[in-house]
Design a protein around this ligand. Structure first.
Ligand SMILES: Cc1cc2nc3c(=O)[nH]c(=O)nc-3n(C[C@H](O)[C@H](O)[C@H](O)COP(=O)(O)O)c2cc1C
Length: 210
């Protein structure tokens, strides 16, 4: 699905909390529609999803639409016929965001963040983000990927140099069958972080927020 150009000034609603959810190529991306739907159960919340190419293996865009959000992909950034002044998607999304969640964060995207790579929509957005925008990273990977010495170093850089907040991973039986540390923080706990931070109030009705 192709959406009209995204312009932060038009899309930001006064009094709303604007959440960018970045999803990457981990099985835990199957939880993305649940995260979106639950966030939208709170008053004055807007959600935009940014997905890496690999993330689309784990959910259908229609599931995100059904939950009430759009899902932006790399191709949406690369429209033909760019003219100076046209909106640039990763810049518009970072202007729009009050908070960014990278949930799940794959080992690959974690490494790219730590190295400052910006070769897709997700990492370009992160690289262009104001340091004042709260950013949470929720790693999710196989236990041995998590125990790899480079993961520890990437997490250190992400926390100490870039100053993002890293939450998890947690230990349980992973989708691959291994048991150990590496699973994404429970999706409800991820939503709760946003609820607590912005003191969100649950909606009383079932109306979809426009
Ligand atoms: C079925 C499947 C499940 C995967 N699960 C994970 C995972 O949980 N965590 C992870 O770091 N990589 C996982 N990978 C590997 C990543 O998808 C791969 O490294 C990819 O390049 C990540 O790209 P991205 O960071 O741009 O999303 C999985 C791959 C497949 C095929």
């Amino acid at each position: 699905m192709t959406y009209p150009p995204f312009v932060s000034e038009r899309e930001r609603k006064p009094g709303c909390t604007h959440v960018v959810l970045i999803v990457t190529g981990s099985v835990a991306s199957i939880k993305a529609p649940l995260i979106v739907a639950e966030l939208l159960n709170y008053q004055d919340v807007k959600v935009e999803v940014v997905a890496t190419k690999a993330a689309f293996t784990f959910f259908k865009p229609e599931e995100i639409h059904h939950a009430g959000s759009r899902v932006w992909k790399d191709e949406d950034e690369w429209t033909e016929g760019y003219e100076v002044g046209d909106p640039i998607l990763h810049i518009e999304l970072r202007r729009w965001a009050d908070i960014v969640l990278v949930a799940p964060c794959s080992a690959n995207t974690l490494s790219k963040i730590a190295h400052g790579s910006c070769d897709n929509l997700a990492t370009s957005l992160l690289r262009a983000l104001a340091p004042t925008t709260p950013t949470y990273v929720f790693p999710a990977m196989n236990t041995l990927m998590y125990q790899h010495p480079l993961t520890n170093e990437h997490l250190r850089i992400v926390e100490e140099v870039i100053e993002y907040t890293v939450v998890g991973p947690i230990g349980k039986q992973l989708a691959c069958g291994d048991v150990g540390l590496g699973a994404m923080t429970e999706w409800k706990d991820i939503v709760q972080i946003v609820v607590n931070r912005f003191q969100l109030k649950r909606r009383q009705d079932d109306t979809i927020q426009s």
